[in-house]
Design a protein around this ligand. Sequence first.
Ligand SMILES: Nc1ncnc2c1ncn2[C@@H]1O[C@H](COP(=O)(O)OP(=O)(O)O)[C@@H](O)[C@H]1O
Ligand SMILES: [Mg+2]
Length: 403
Amino acid sequence: MAGYREQRQQQKIDSAIQRYKLFIEKKEYQSAADACEQVSRLYTEFAAMAGETYEGAEQQKKRRNQARKFKDLAVRVRTGRVGGGDSGDGHDGTPTPEAISGEHADAVKRLVVKSPVTWNRIGGLEKTKHDIKFAYGLTMAQLPEGIRMEAWRNIMFYGPPGTGKTLLAGATSNGLDATFFNVKVSSVMSKWFGESTKIISELYDMAREMHPSVVFFDEFESITQARDSGNDSGPERRILSTILAELDGLTESNETAARYVMTIAATNAPADVDRAVLSRFQKRVFIPLPDRAAREQILKINITDLNIPCEADLGRLAESMKMYSGREISSICKIAISAMIEEKNDRIPGLVDKGKDAVSEYRMQIRPLTEKDFSKVLREIRPATPEKPTKTFEQWITNVPAD
Ligand SMILES: Nc1ncnc2c1ncn2[C@@H]1O[C@H](COP(=O)(O)OP(=O)(O)O)[C@@H](O)[C@H]1O
Ligand SMILES: [Mg+2]
């Protein structure tokens, strides 16, 4: 779970990125490059922090990647190959970055991912799963003779962090056998600052090309926050208009309209998304903390579905985990399992000392998990979601699950 230190580091990174953008805007490219290098260093430190948490390996890789990207960007900025100039935005004289213009297709392709998530990997949220399947099922089924009908294409998930919004988007793309574009808004804006508008247009072109597609915008609130900051001429404003035009289907020709592209946006901070943008999403779905039944399913997904023996009663365990998010429940399971493995296999380090053969002959020991294994972890990990959200927004009434 992201601890205080990690949050702090993320803030440092964000503010260094802000400085970078500011210098680019003021055309102070050497200072911009300095800031960029700093971002890269901060990401390297950030990567080291990830090692200490559970989902560490994946995060570490991402953060190292970011560190490398910012390092490369710093070089390009320093050597005048990035002017931050979006075409037609009044930036003068700065060489339009060849390095970037030829790269859009690659950049967009890099956003295409294959999600391994299937519907049964998601605990609870039955109604939501049903609604999504219904929506895209409608677009594929044959219409009654002579009837014209439009299925909804834009959907927004909102709710506390770690409740399955990203999983749902992944499963949707998987179920549709769709091309899945996973766009973290803040990172597109920081990495491709000034170019992000073009990235978005190209992204939708490619999505239509490779239909059916799911375009997923994570951390969607970061777009509209930028819009509210009063900076009307900034690239944030333009990227927003571009996305709105795509959501409205304005850029579709008759020929491409039949190609199904579903846009899914997710946010933990719905109150920060402004009304004009919200209205573009025909479907808005609150993704709550899991209720008791969903918690039990999530436990099952993380223990018994993995064939880990378990004596603890999952129903009772679920009962004791009120207010925990899906992410928290998953990490609790992982921690309990790994503590059990460590306890049963304390010979491994000694065997490693003896050499490769000694270890490879050794078969790992396990034992059934007990309630005690879980109660220990539960004392250390407390749910992070507050009972009352700090901001209000339509159905965003309470965070407390219904059970
Ligand atoms: N409903 C759920 N069912 C199963 N696992 C879940 C669920 N919600 C969260 N998780 C676990 O938490 C992790 C993060 O979930 P994610 O979908 O990224 O949350 P969000 O996007 O809402 O912040 C997942 O990878 C999964 O391990
Ligand atoms: Mg997520």
